[in-house]
Write a protein that binds this ligand. Structure first.
Ligand code: C5P
Length: 400
């Protein structure tokens, strides 16, 4: 799980720094690349040579000049990592982190980084219990800094209590937990809009024109995006599907309401239009129920907005990835290609709805993922599996 992960390990001045040497070994064994920053005090406990030998990388210490950064700037150092680990994290360094001080390389890198940080505090039991330290730790926790330990036991100073740095393998486990969480939430920090269900276009207060759509596929996509960590707005026409967990649900009836809700939800990184929007709406909506007497009045219809095409043409605010669905009964891929161009979207999930597939209202879909330069044929899958596969592809797209 740690193979290829890049860890910036900051070693501050505590006796537990000797355990950090073992931590480097354990991380290297698991395939992680470890780059180390050694504070001036840290270098009193372990030597730069030991750290360099174990990490097989140059060690960055206070001899490294903040002004002469020809080889590696402190900003780059702080950014070229997947995770920053501070072990040992001393009372002094925690205080600097909480206060935003930057008077040496370690504190400067911690202030400059845009990467998640994990601390492994260690100090004397009274120091750890001190309100100043506890307030700093609380401040850091509120900023999303992760923590492992300290544990209780006999401390190097001879006292007993809380303040022992977590053991190297516990720190490795915390690092693995971090990567496991982020791996399963590859879309964390992204925003998504999903349309789902049918729309209903009223004729009068009691009648409407609608499409046949259960909302199963769109709801499944919204749920899968949310599970992948995306901040997801689901704009849905009337559907009997349960509200998916973790999404913001906006209920609408008509195509125009659906479009307004989508535009309202911008900006977004991802838009997936799975709704079966009614293409035409009655030009006039009677304010009272149309009476049956007399011959049927001809129905005058006007075109509804195309939500997918509108989002795909949203200019500056256009989601980076716009995905549409196409239901076809024949020449599925060919028609999907044409639709891709016409709608200006990036991908079309072309759904084979020939009667033999039993797609409508059913739990399965047979789809092809069509982009401008490729077609992927997917096997017959449940709608949930289609949603998951689509979200995997979306995550890969953003990863690239
Ligand atoms: O043109 P067609 O209805 O086959 O296109 C289907 C795709 O376009 C689907 O993704 C559907 O959600 C979207 N669409 C839309 N607004 C419309 C019509 C279709 O967003 N008015």
């Amino acid at each position: 799980m740690l193979a290829g992960k890049r860890i910036l390990l900051i070693i501050a001045g505590g006796i537990a720094a000797y355990k950090s040497l073992d931590l480097i070994r354990r991380l290297r064994e698991r395939g992680a690349a470890v780059r180390c920053v050694l504070t001036r005090a840290g270098a009193q406990f372990v030597t730069p040579l030991a750290v360099a030998s174990l990490s097989e990388e140059k060690v960055y210490d206070d001899l490294f000049s903040l002004t002469d950064e020809s080889e590696m700037g402190h900003i780059r150092l702080s950014r070229e990592a997947d995770l920053v680990v501070v072990a040992p994290a001393t009372a002094d360094l925690l205080g600097k982190m909480a206060a935003g001080l930057a008077d040496d390389l370690a504190s400067t890198a911690l202030l400059a980084t845009d990467k998640p940080v994990l601390i492994a505090p260690t100090m004397n039991v009274m120091m750890w219990a001190h309100p100043a330290v506890q307030a700093n730790v609380a401040t850091l926790a509120a900023r999303g800094v992760r923590r492992v330990g300290p544990g209780a036991g006999e401390l190097a100073c001879g006292e007993t209590g809380s303040g022992r740095m977590a053991e190297p393998l516990q720190i490795v486990a915390a690092i693995e937990d971090f990567f496991a969480e982020t791996a399963s939430r590859p879309l964390a920090g992204r925003r998504a809009i999903v349309t789902s269900g049918p729309t209903r276009e009223p004729l009068d207060p009691v009648r409407y024109i609608a499409n046949r759509s259960s909302g199963k596929q769109g709801h499944a996509v919204a749920a899968a995006l949310a599970r992948a960590g995306a901040d997801t707005v689901l704009v849905s026409g009337p559907s009997a599907e349960p509200d998916p967990a973790g999404v913001t649900l906006v209920r609408v009836e008509t195509a125009r309401e659906m479009l307004a809700a989508c535009l309202q939800a911008l900006p977004a990184d991802i838009a997936v239009c799975a709704a079966a929007v009614v293409d035409w709406r009655p030009a006039e909506v009677a304010t009272s129920k149309l009476k049956k007497n007399g011959p049927a009045a001809p129905l005058v219809m006007v075109e509804n907005p195309d939500i997918l095409a509108t989002l795909a043409a949203a200019g500056n605010g256009r989601p980076a990835l716009v995905v549409g669905f196409a239901a076809e009964t024949d020449a599925v891929v060919e028609y999907a290609r044409a639709k891709l161009a016409r709608k200006g979207c990036d991908w079309i999930l072309a759904n084979d709805v020939s009667p033999a597939t039993g797609t409508f209202g059913g739990d399965h879909n047979t789809v092809h993922l069509v982009s401008a330069d490729a077609v992927e044929d997917w096997p017959r899958l449940t709608k949930r599996a289609v949603a998951e596969r689509l979200v995997d592809r979306i995550a890969e797209h953003f990863d690239r």
